[in-house]
Write a new protein. Sequence first.
Length: 434
Amino acid sequence: MTTLRVLTGITTSGTPHLGNYVGAIRPAVAASLKPGTESFYFLADYHALIKNPDPARVQRSTLEIAASWIAAGLNPDKVFFYRQSDIPEIPELTWLLTCVTGKGLLNRAHAYKAMVDKNAASNADPDTDVTAGLFMYPVLMAADILMFKSHKIPVGRDQIQHIEMARDMAASFNHLYGEHFVLPEAAIEASVATLPGLDGRKMSKSYDNIIPLFAPPAQLRKLIMGIVTDSRAPGEPKETEGSALFQIYQAFASPDETQSLRTAYADGIAWGDAKQMLFERIDREMAPMRERYETLIGDPARMEAILLVGAERARALSAPFMAELRQAVGLRNLSACTVPARTDRTARAALPSFKQYRESTGLFHFKLVDPKGRLLLQSGGFASAREAGQAVARLQVEGKAGLDSVQAMLVPVDGVMPAEVDAALQLLRQATNA
Ligand code: TRP
């Protein structure tokens, strides 16, 4: 049985927030502990370059995200945890995939289309602010996925299209060069909640409503006190429905704890007290992680070393696979190159050959003759030159294996042994396919 391979990338732009923790980090760490799965988590720093031109920010974010995942319980010895830019086979594979990907497929990518639409809306040139990096983003992502033959890709809904594109690229490549890639599937975890932010909308950097994952307690408390609520006074019963505070609490609490808060809402708990409960609950879960995080972030050289070990383990898979792919597409060592059949007259004269001709009946025929002109095979009549040509092509490509399929169209030739015909066909086939 093959183990299930799960892979996901985290773009290294920005600082992780509680929404990332609940929606991605926590479920991923839990999944990585499941037996029978091999997990691949990587820092997608090449992807970060597409949107983030600030080098110091890319570096800082890579450190923060790497430290967050480990602080949250990811065990780098048990999973593959690496930085995309440490795997040179990924950009190399990106090029091979680029060459089997229709430009039209990439034209349909949502992120690219959104930019083009935005430009159209403001009467700008459609290419304004569109880098080739943005356009090629799905190919780089496909390389991330296909490189490690991953089966399941846990992502948000906005990424499903990219996984489908990766499938398309894998299928095109396999069709052209043989079955090298596993076709990946998106895995959308229905039970994972999207966390509301301070203003009640989905927690997201772009809404500026986030709670940083490892905010120090004082800042955490201050942010939680700023969560929007309605204006019901202490003593008035409160609605859990639509309460961001309640939803955030639920994402951290046990069912029993959630039930107690529900009761407290009905009993008219003051918003300030409910917020204090939420702060204490989150802080209880975060405190030990925060401590690990601070230690890791304070020792960036150690983080670097962890990632380099991860890269080494990942490259033990990617380097041999890339060698296989290079071979498949023809980027090969020349010393093993077979010299193609010589095409001058004398060389051709040494091979058996097919002749096609038309009889006075109007039907089309072919025959196979040996280099001296002796008849080896003779066909009956075909209605068209095309059909006769197809039968010849089949024998040329398949050699004696193709004989069965044309047998019905052959007429017997006296004094020729089947083995002679077989040998002649094999010889021709080698020369044709070389
Ligand atoms: N594009 C993904 C995102 O923005 C990150 C990513 C890069 C990724 N490569 C990947 C996710 C490969 C899954 C698999 O969320």
